[in-house]
Design a protein around this ligand. Sequence first.
Ligand code: ZN
Length: 362
Amino acid sequence: MSKFFFNKLFRFLSIFLFFNSSISPARSSSALAAWSLNSNGVLELRTKSNSKLKAYFQKGGITFGDRFWIDFPGELKNPRTIEGNGPIKEIRLGKPNKGKTRLVIEFSANSNLKPLDWRLVGIDKNRWKIKLFSLPKNSFKRIGEGLIRKPTNNFKSNKKLLDTRKRNNEFLRLPDIKKNNFYVVIDPGHGGPDPGAIGIGGLREAEVVLDVSKRVKNLLIEKGVNVRMTRNKEVDLDLPPRVSIANRTDADVFVSIHANASRGKRRDINGLETFYFSGWRGRLLAKKIQKQILKVSPGSPDRGVRQGRFFVIKNTKMPAVLVEIGFLTGRLDARRLEKSIHRERIAYAITKGILEYLNRVG
Ligand SMILES: [Zn+2]
């Protein structure tokens, strides 16, 4: 790498600084609550109130495009990468170091940016915006996660909302488990050219279950469980290799994650079910998971813990289950499963079921 290139690579610009932090930086959860990069090039953020943000810009090089990033106090739970479109190569959420959250927007090569004109503007005590680019209509499709504008109610109903939320999340607390003692194989159903079920609005089973599976993996790892995924991305994977991954490595449990579709795509059919093939262990694991996923899916019918002869649970040597986390064709389930907040809750529920099982059976 030439010296010139190296200098250019690291010529970065610290652009803005905002203060007034009421958040203690250590071990608190991420101050970033929601974000959206809109089609008009405006990035909108919602944070915890009075958060201190730092924004940076770095000119691109040969191996990467121009990058803009913002650091937030508080630690991100699940680092992730979201594919971009138009001028955006990708958007990454990461933790650059412990107790921090970083939102990185990487532009495609030769984007014509004017970072010196950028202004990160606070529009409320918890909302921000910055215009990053202007382009003709329809050249960029919005990317975002979460709600920027939360419904503002009066104080009383807000408090009620908070109470409900607190109550709703109570069961999300995960039990502790002996660290480095267990090994779990997570099997996201389908993948690659096999999209699995296609639901309302084109929701694809393969993608939904991969996202949920990754979240389960991260949560288990945080608890000190060793995890192997049968697939980490959108690849085609036959059923036998999924089984042999688990059998070869002596996993303690095998959990295959799927989403359902009803015949005739009936929107009134919703519900959750968990299958096992045989044995009390498989049945217990299924029961533990089913109980938890129902809790995070109020109103969606309990289709029960059932015996099923699916290849992956029939041929695995360890206790194995196949979880159907809802109907992508059902109005109620699909509306939930398309949202990352619900996928996170489902992931918590599955993780909790697994941990409870492992604690009980060991
Ligand atoms: Zn499936």
